[in-house]
Design a protein around this ligand. Structure first.
Ligand SMILES: [Zn+2]
Length: 206
């Protein structure tokens, strides 16, 4: 039975529902209609919880190391000016954190430093290619972490089979592990030339 009263009640309920939906729609796209306020709100939320967001980012970076590295490389490529300015403004701070890393991980630091300076030399010599520390470590493993020339277990360096100054590339296929003294003694000889020399020295009467 439809009485006048139920009709009034129903129309009231509909009105309430419409108002409720309107309200939801308003809050939903509030951010879209007020981008400035939304940005401001997010910025404040970040600033008030800085430590929390910092930790979150750090955690993401350790879990997604490769993606983080790629992202940074892409950022560095498109923001070289900003980065240079940042480095200049934070010189001391950067120096201190490098120093801290060196004290904490001396061997890793030595390796990273070597890789960087090798790639730098290669660029200076306009050699083609570069290789990473991980690729070099894999190469050392192939040689049981021994010098390719004398077989010693001493700390290993990357030796260019065809030296850069003689047109060799700086790619991993031109690299073998060598101890410091073999690398020095080899100088600008190629792998073949140096092996021949070592053989002659060991068998002078041949
Ligand atoms: Zn050696």
């Amino acid at each position: 039975m439809t009485t006048k009263q139920t009709l009034i009640d129903e129309s009231k309920a509909v009105k309430v529902l419409v108002e409720k939906l309107k309200g939801e729609a308003l809050t939903k796209d509030y951010g879209l209609r007020h981008p400035k306020e939304r940005a401001e709100y997010r910025r404040n939320r970040y600033l008030n919880n800085r430590e929390y967001y910092k930790k979150q980012t750090q955690h993401w970076r350790t879990v997604n190391r490769d993606r983080a590295r790629k992202q940074f490389q892409e950022y560095a490529r498109t923001h070289s000016e900003e980065l240079r300015a940042y480095r200049q403004a934070h010189r001391e701070q950067i120096y201190q954190s490098i120093l801290k890393y060196q004290q904490r991980y001396p061997e890793r630091f030595r390796q990273i430093h070597l890789t960087a300076s090798r790639n730098h030399t290669a660029r200076k010599n306009k050699a083609e290619g570069s290789f990473t520390e991980i690729e070099f470590q894999a190469k050392c493993k192939e040689y049981d972490n021994r010098c390719a020339y004398c077989g010693t277990l001493k700390p290993l360096e990357a030796d260019h089979m065809v030296p850069l100054v003689r047109g060799g590339t700086n790619t991993i296929d031109n690299i073998i592990p060598a101890c410091k003294s073999c690398n020095c003694a080899k100088g600008t000889l190629t792998y073949e030339e140096y092996i021949t020399r070592l053989h002659k020295e060991a068998n002078p009467n041949e």
